[in-house]
Design a protein around this ligand. Structure first.
Ligand SMILES: [Zn+2]
Ligand SMILES: [Zn+2]
Length: 227
């Protein structure tokens, strides 16, 4: 165990029983099993397989986000208050640790408070769909950039804010990627105007289903506004 960087804190409990140890490198405790360590398993904290909730909280705070609920796990949405704009936002720890910040304070060039637009495009020869969002004064331009590059406009949805538009886009992408298993369909170099990461092949996703899905999301959004 010592060769693997562990300091056993109690007597050997058996090969397949969790064995309380501290890590010589990071000082944190874990319960590795002897046979796994013998086969190369190492400290879960050092390998970042486990995330210390206190450290995760520190990472969020140094990114200007005050957690409002206990650490939910690295890849789950974590309700925080932005210390800059005071809005409640729900980034994941994984994204924030990679540099993501409050979506209102450092948006992707999107005005989140101005009226928003969700658009759905199809590409006849690439056999793909693209969902996109835009807001404020740049609205019409963004769609035109795509139609100039061979995309056909399927539908536009006007929504109250850019933030609403972004929420809908994220929900569509989650549905495409996680529920339908569709990867991005277009390579970066075939979309000089950008936006390839919000595409999906029509082999995986269906145009009418996607339109219906966005209709439903827009509808849900208007219902939550009423409450
Ligand atoms: Zn360690
Ligand atoms: Zn903010």
């Amino acid at each position: 165990m010592q060769d693997a960087g562990f300091v056993p804190l109690c007597d050997y409990p058996g090969s397949d029983t969790p064995w309380l140890c501290s890590c010589a490198a990071c000082g944190k405790q874990s319960r590795p099993r002897y046979w796994l360590v013998k086969n190369g398993s190492r400290c879960v904290w050092c390998a970042q397989l486990r995330i210390d909730p206190d450290e995760a909280q520190d990472v969020m705070r140094s990114a200007g986000l005050e957690p409002l609920v206990p650490f939910p796990g690295g890849k789950k949405r974590w309700k925080c208050r932005c210390l800059t704009c005071e809005r409640v936002v729900t980034p994941t720890y994984a994204n924030v640790s990679k540099g993501r910040r409050c979506r209102f304070c450092s948006p992707r060039g999107l005005d989140l408070t101005a009226p928003g637009l969700v658009y759905l495009l199809s590409h006849p020869t690439q056999f793909a769909l693209k969902v996109g969002v835009t807001s404020g004064a740049a609205k019409a331009d963004r769609v035109e950039q795509h139609t100039r590059n061979g995309w056909t406009l399927v539908r536009l949805w006007n929504v109250p804010t850019g933030d609403d538009a972004e929420t809908i886009e994220e929900a569509v992408l989650r549905w495409w990627r996680l529920s339908l298993g569709a990867p991005p369909a277009i390579h970066r170099e075939h979309m000089p105007q950008g936006g390839c990461s919000e595409t999906a092949s029509l082999l995986w996703v269906d145009l009418d289903d996607t339109v219906a899905r966005i209709d439903m999301l827009v509808e849900q959004l208007s219902q939550t506004d009423v409450e």
